[in-house]
Design a protein. Sequence first.
Length: 76
Amino acid sequence: MILNNPLLTESIGVYFLDMDTAVEEEVHPNEDGSFTIIINARISCERQMLAYQHALKHIMQDDFSKECADEIENAM
């Protein structure tokens, strides 16, 4: 079975970091075309999973090529 889902690749690194609880996740596009997702280690497991899914939506919707972050967040 071949999986062609771009989200099931090694091009997304996921890390957990203690951050202010007002920040649930950050997504960073990397120069090589990969992405880094940083999940707040201080929030609950349930919120971590929701934050991860939120980050994946940004990647899937190619939000990093768009101009207005506020419009992107309001649309989600």
